[in-house]
Design a protein around this ligand. Sequence first.
Ligand code: GDP
Ligand code: MG
Length: 163
Amino acid sequence: MRPTVVILGRPNVGKSTLFNRLAQRKIAIVDDTPGVTRDRKEAEARIGGHDVTLVDTAGLEEAPPDTVAGRMRQSSEMALRAADLVLFVVDARAGLTPSDRAFAAWLRRSSLPVLLVSNKAEGRGGAVAAMEAYELGLGDPIAVSAEHNEGVGALHEAVSEAL
Ligand code: GDP
Ligand code: MG
């Protein structure tokens, strides 16, 4: 069966931009109603030589304002239940937020395989800024710029090794 790769992270880190960068063929938009906790976008993608189902979790943005942990549970459990690999995305420009740290702690406690993706790391200083994410205890951050298509080859390789 195709492995499922789920893109996770707080709003505005660039999850959907990364999804669009990696996706080949959109196969489903599931329950896109605002406020519905299960909404997510799916696509077929070939990443690092693997045919995968890629999932963009949009639900976190739509969930009612609650605790981060609550939003995680409500919005992402459905997607994560099927996940063979999680791409946990943070924003190298904005730096780490309490929300990032809460997600990371949750992921460390889970048994899910996680790749840490530090997005918006384009240009001079981008790679350095991306390294802050080491602090999250989820391994080596993979510095990418989804928007400018930088570091995406290295991400493909990391996914290939992880699957
Ligand atoms: P999401 O809420 O996590 O799905 O984030 P989006 O994909 O909607 O992106 C949020 C904002 O970040 C948008 O304005 C994007 O254009 C911007 N963005 C996404 N990727 C990058 C990147 O690699 N570099 C920069 N500078 N901006 C980015
Ligand atoms: Mg999005």
